[in-house]
Design a binder for this molecule. Structure first.
Ligand code: PLP
Length: 845
């Protein structure tokens, strides 16, 4: 038998009986086709992340969780849990080491693959004769790697070529090997870094001269954009290695660039397969595919980019300046990713692909650079990268999209000399909008059937985690709304059925024990009553909000109300405590100075999980640049002060921001909070905050509530005694509100058009404050085609009094009724009387 195939299954693909049945079926099918099969796998889902935490702090609870995951898997696979005893002992011993060496750290990280291997082998051997391979004998790291020690051990590389002696030693038809693990030439354990199991499989494919490498994963293949942000993204059924590497390097998550290179150099086709649909085609990476026409094949996005702008007159015609600057990066171990240069300025982005930048060493970098030039740092940026061929020739299509972003900051545009990619760096909150606009023009409208497979939407149809998009409520009530506008404008109109529908959506998250509505989003008494009638509690942040809630719902029990103020005066805490509300404390100061006033009570502590998220930097409420939450370094002291004053910490809380569409945000939060439970042994409530974002456009993917639910259910299974609370605002009310205002005047300045309406930033400040985008429609001319482009402005004495920039509108006249959509949240509640103009009134519909 000569034909070998390497198949690799990732973490989620080795975590349930169902997936292991796919693995054994796949092995059998390949054996029947005449292949010798080499099966490589990752650790069961969730184990390596936990091992990584254990490397930093040993926590018994995390060790128990790891053991539980594997014991559960053993039970599901119907193999004896005794198999795990030796592995558990090994892990306990490794974790006893006071200061593990790099090789011992590698052993700890590799443990997940090795333990999963024992279970998988026992399961497969029930129906297939499988021989186990020791990766430490097969994959030997390079002796010529001149990177630092830590990289050589924890992100090792191997030099591989076809190995005939090894090939000749195989006489069985199925082999199984744990991925990620290798050894150095002295047989010490090393691991292969991020996505290391893919790399193991690629190395093995080269060594055994495989006919094909199959990477089995939990997605359909590589898409033309992240399908969770752009549901119209298309599957790339075939792609060249080089393009795939560009996509992987610029943010595509399916493969790590390092796993592509070995198979590319040895012309081994790489197939990406979807474990849930084994017969689906997936994506095939092959020989360089080059077309004559310029085209973009994919748009990838990388978030959390940090830019450093360096300005100095002395770089102008001055030899050696750049050398000395880059030497600083090298010496401090920072790898530079993108670079753009001008006469007196160089801007670079830092490569954060493999390691999170340590705040301290980053500050040192800025300090050293500041000695030679003027430094400005821009954090929370995103890089949007176009990948394809001859992209420069597409400038006529790309330029209008970029110029429509003129209101926003475009920090950098770079292009590779091979014309294979172009990257645009913008604020993180703009990245999805830019990607969507570019995807529309360069892929959806330029669609060629031979280039692309089905859209993600088509692939998940019928199986979609989101409710299908239905037209917004106001569309079918247009005539009634126009009638209403005859009586009174400007006015907000709130559609109660929509709020009810949103409540029902959130209640479908089964693992959540209690939802509290953050009434700062909209504290209209009728809305508060509807929400409470559905069994939700209320979250408040001021005495004003507490009074509003109590007046609207006199029968409400005090413990149904959360009080989560920030930098509030002492008396507010004392009053709320006397009223019996659930108080959340978000500053150590309170415990240091006022703890005796709160003695013998129960509180919830708001922690800072270290990283904020959200649609704009002003709504990110965690991390060093945010005023909210108790810092990690102060937790022990907070616990001690509570103990001293007999204050029981019954819950811990974190809220990282607003308008978040990514369910992993709450996964990070719940993980962080759970990790802190050993500091607060009485806590049984974990409040993971609000921030759930809404769909702003019909095509938006929206928040995947089902994925959030599944993640929380999985957590709940492991921690059944913990009560999970959430406190959303926007999600419940944003879609339900519209603002109606009549046109007062129109104006043209050359080609620039303005449509003025009765109210502006005094009613709706979100566009001015956050650059928020709201759909604006001329309700009076709803069915008429758009014929002009104009900005919609209010009557206030501020240039920022703009509700929408450069909108396509129909012929609009004095008296027409404009409707501004999705203004149920943070709209009326943020209104002011600036210029002594009364803001829009509120009407329940
Ligand atoms: N919880 C806290 C502590 C908040 O500060 C906020 C909003 O500012 C929320 C919940 C509600 O956020 P969202 O309306 O985005 O769900």
């Amino acid at each position: 038998m000569n034909n070998s195939i390497v198949i690799k299954f990732g973490g989620t693909s080795v975590s349930s009986l169902e997936k292991w049945l796919v693995i054994s079926d796949t092995i059998k099918k390949h054996v029947e086709t005449g292949f010798r099969v080499f099966f490589v796998h990752s650790a069961a889902n969730g184990i390596t992340d936990r091992l990584q935490i254990l490397l930093k702090h040993k926590q018994d609870q995390i060790i128990e969780e790891i053991k539980h995951i594997l014991q559960q898997l053993a039970t599901d696979l119907n193999v004896s849990t005794d198999i795990l005893n030796t592995e558990f002992e090994k892990l306990d011993n490794l974790l006893q080491l006071p200061q593990p060496s790099l090789h011992q750290q590698a052993e700890i990280l590799a443990w997940g693959e090795v333990a999963t291997h024992q279970l998988g082998l026992a399961f497969l051997q029930q129906s297939i004769p499988v021989t186990s391979l020791d990766p430490k004998h097969i994959l030997i790291s390079s002796a010529h790697d001149n990177r630092n020690n830590s990289s050589r051990v924890l992100s090792a590389k191997c030099d591989v070529t076809k190995n005939q002696t090894l090939i000749d030693s195989f006489d069985q038809s199925v082999y199984s090997m744990p991925g990620f693990v290798a050894s150095d030439p002295q047989q010490n354990t090393v691991v292969l870094g991020r996505s290391g199991s893919d790399t193991s499989a690629a190395y093995l494919a080269v060594l055994v001269n495989a006919e094909r490498l199959e990477i089995w994963t939990d997605v359909h293949g590589i898409f033309s954009a992240n399908p969770h942000a752009i549901p119209t993204a298309r599957l790339l059924e075939t792609i060249g290695y080089q393009e795939a590497r560009e996509i992987a390097a610029s943010g595509g998550k399916v493969l790590h660039p390092r796993s592509i290179l070995p198979v590319e150099q040895n012309n081994i086709p790489l197939h990406i397969k979807y474990t849930q649909q084994p017969d689906a085609a997936g994506t095939v990476l092959g020989h360089q595919y080059s077309s004559t026409a310029p085209r973009v094949r994919a748009i990838s996005t990388r978030h959390n980019i940090t830019l450093i702008s360096m300005e100095s007159m002395s770089m102008w015609h001055q030899a050696g300046f750049l050398g000395s600057v880059f030497d600083i990066y090298k010496q401090l171990g920072f790898s530079v990713d993108l670079i753009s240069t001008a006469q007196t300025n160089v801007t670079v982005s830092l490569d954060t692909a493999d390691n999170i930048i340590e705040e301290n060493s980053f500050n040192t970098l800025v300090e050293h650079l500041s000695r030679v030039c003027q430094v400005e740092v821009f954090k929370n940026c995103s890089a949007v990268t176009l990948v394809g061929y001859r992209i420069r020739a597409l400038a006529d299509k790309i330029a209008p999209v970029i110029s429509s972003f003129a209101d926003q900051r475009i920090y950098m545009i770079t292009q590779s000399s091979k014309d294979l990619n172009q990257t645009i760096v913008v604020d993180q909150d703009q990245a999805d909008k830019l990607t969507r606009a570019l995807h529309d023009v360069l892929i959806t409208q330029a669609y060629q059937p031979e280039d692309f497979g089905p859209t993600w939407q088509e692939l998940v149809k019928g199986n979609s985690p989101q409710p299908q998009f239905t037209p917004p409520w106001w569309q079918s009530h247009r005539m009634q709304l126009l009638k209403l506008s005859e009586q009174k404008t400007p006015c907000y109109v709130y559609h109660m059925d929509t709020i009810q529908q949103q409540i029902d959506h959130l209640k479908s998250i089964r693992a959540v024990d209690k939802i509290h509505y953050a009434c700062k989003a909209n504290a209209h008494p009728d809305i508060l009553r509807l929400i409470h009638a559905n069994g939700l509690g209320l979250e408040t942040v001021s005495p004003g909000e507490i009074n509003r809630v109590m007046q609207a719902i006199p029968e409400i029990a005090p413990d149904e109300i959360l009080f989560t103020p920030n930098f509030a005066p002492k008396q507010e805490y004392i009053d709320a405590s006397r009223q019996g509300l659930n108080i959340t404390i978000d500053n150590l100061f309170i415990l240091q100075h006022w703890a005796s006033d709160l003695a013998d009570t129960e509180v919830i502590l708001r922690l800072d999980p270290g990283h904020g998220s959200g649609h704009h930097r002003y709504v990110r409420t965690a991390g060093e640049h945010s005023k909210f939450g108790i810092h990690h370094s102060e937790l022990e002291q907070a616990a001690m002060l509570c103990k001293q004053h007999n204050i029981t910490v019954k819950g811990i809380h974190a809220h990282s921001g607003s308008g978040i569409l990514n369910y992993e945000n709450w996964q990070r939060i719940i993980q962080y909070l759970t990790d802190q439970l050993n500091v607060f042994p009485d806590a049984y409530i974990v409040n993971i905050g609000g921030g759930m974002g809404i769909r702003e456009n019909p095509g938006d993917a929206g928040l995947n509530l089902q994925a959030l639910d599944e993640m929380l259910l999985e957590f709940k299974q492991r921690h059944p005694h913990i009560h999970i609370w959430i406190e959303p605002g926007r999600y419940l009310v944003a879609h339900a509100g519209i603002l109606m205002a009549k046109v007062t005047q129109t104006k043209w300045k050359n080609s620039k058009g303005y449509i003025g309406v009765e109210t502006g930033m005094n009613s709706l400040i979100r566009p001015a404050l956050y650059g928020a985008w709201h759909n604006i429609v001329n309700l009076s001319k709803f069915d008429q085609p758009n014929t002009c482009t104009a900005s919609i402005v209010g009557p206030m004495c501020e240039s920022g009094d703009i509700l929408g920039v450069d909108r396509e509108m129909p012929e609009t006249q004095y008296g027409d009724v404009l409707m501004i959509a999705n203004t149920g949240a943070y709209s009326a509640s943020m209104a002011s009387q600036y210029n002594l103009r009364q803001p829009a009134t509120e009407i329940i519909f």
